[in-house]
Design a protein around this ligand. Structure first.
Ligand code: FNR
Length: 380
């Protein structure tokens, strides 16, 4: 009601409301390398396209006369209360798209009570983003597990100390996927301009490059970063290390196969994020939504199942929730909002997304996320 009666507020004239319009505005207004960084995916981008198409393979069957006057969209996931089953996905080096970067995202999310998931590859430090997020605002931390164990432990320790309550360990990106749009603009020199603050500010990292990162040694620092970024030798047995260094909830991001979901639970993890990284890693991989029902069947009763990759609209979220996700991560749309209007752009995107989610659920006859189940959908 607030949005229909008062309009969308300060940023409305500059920003489209629909996600496709938002992406097109970003394409026209952002520097090409910044737009390409966000919009690009691996290879021929077939999996990125499949992620979107998979949502069209399900339709909502609306129900009538069900008294949806008293709605409650709030949920609790892994001990975190949130106003709707939505979190902001980890997205690295956001200063590429706007100087407000991760702090702007944190402020916009905190205003609405929506949790952020801060990337290990953030352009601002764990501590600075925590301060922008503010006391009591929900925040989780995403770990890219580096080769250097001491560095991995230091990331977890800093995140814990700065009030991030859950750990999201991304497994699908121990090396960057083959991403033509980034390769065309030469990625490393590009990152040089923005830095990856959480590495550069880590004492362990500085020790390895012989001191604080300055203009003089930044190229060497970036090479060290690239060499250390991920660890292709990791196996299921290594997960015990995470438990030694993190006493809160841990979820594994990038799970698609039901057997991997079972192994996550067997290894004592609290849940998984069904995700294919927006198609940025394995081109030709299965659409993330098509992998969701198998994972829910395998572990839905025992552990938390979250979802991302291709969520653009409120209706998309309804479908993922109906198929058994407890919450979804919104990703690229908020990065476009940030790129176009900084913190205010993120707030705009998030408000629209949450409003559309609630309107869609209510008009389909559902007053609470817990009321959704596969029966509210039809396969087409
Ligand atoms: C990402 N993603 C990501 N994931 C992660 O765990 N750590 C990270 O640092 C990043 N960085 C990142 C940068 C950019 C520009 C994008 C688009 C994505 C993946 C992200 O969290 C999420 O899984 C996907 O973006 C979901 O796909 P859609 O819905 O954006 O297409």
């Amino acid at each position: 009601n607030e949005i229909y009666l008062n309009g969308l507020g300060d940023v409305r004239p500059g920003l489209p409301t629909d996600p496709a319009g938002l992406e097109e505005a970003a394409r026209l207004r952002l520097p090409p390398e910044a737009f390409g960084y966000v919009a690009g995916s691996a290879g021929a981008e077939a999996t990125a396209a499949a992620n979107l198409a998979a949502f069209r393979g399900w339709r909502i069957m609306p129900r009538m006369l069900r008294d949806v006057s008293r709605r409650d969209m709030a949920v609790e996931v892994l001990g975190t209360r949130m106003p709707a089953p939505v979190l902001l996905a980890p997205i690295g080096v956001l200063s590429i798209v706007h100087p407000d970067a991760e702090s702007g995202v944190a402020r916009a999310a905190a205003d609405l009570g929506v949790p952020i998931v801060l990337s290990t590859a953030a352009s601002q430090s764990i501590e600075d983003v925590a301060e922008a997020s503010g006391d009591g605002a929900p925040r989780w931390y995403q770990l890219y597990w580096p080769k250097d164990r001491e560095l991995a432990a230091s990331f977890m320790g800093r995140a814990k100390a700065a009030g991030y309550t859950a750990l999201v360990v991304t497994l699908d990106t121990f090396a960057l996927g083959w991403r033509p749009r980034d390769l065309d603009v030469a990625y490393l020199p590009f990152l040089r301009g923005v830095g990856v603050a959480n590495y550069f500010t880590a004492p362990v990292f500085q020790k390895a490059v012989g001191g604080p990162v300055t203009n003089d040694n930044v190229q060497m620092a970036l090479l060290h970063w690239a060499a250390n970024f991920g660890d292709p030798s990791l196996t299921w047995d290594d997960l015990a290390f995470l438990r030694e260094h993190w006493d809160g909830p841990i979820v594994l991001k990038g799970i698609q196969h039901p057997d991997d979901a079972r192994r996550a639970v067997d290894a004592g993890m609290d849940g998984v994020v069904v995700s294919n990284h927006g198609g940025r890693q394995v081109d030709g991989a299965v659409a993330s939504l098509d992998a969701l029902p198998g994972v829910v069947d395998a572990i839905g009763g025992q552990a938390t199942v979250l979802f991302d990759s291709g969520v653009r609209t409120g209706a998309d979220a309804v479908k993922a929730l109906a198929l058994g996700a407890q919450a979804v991560f919104l990703a690229r749309p908020y990065a476009y909002g940030l790129g176009l209007a900084g913190e205010a752009g993120v707030r705009h995107v998030l408000r629209c997304f949450m409003a559309e989610l609630e309107v869609t659920m209510m008009l389909a006859g559902h007053a609470r996320p817990a009321d959704l189940s596969p029966e509210v959908l039809v396969r087409v």
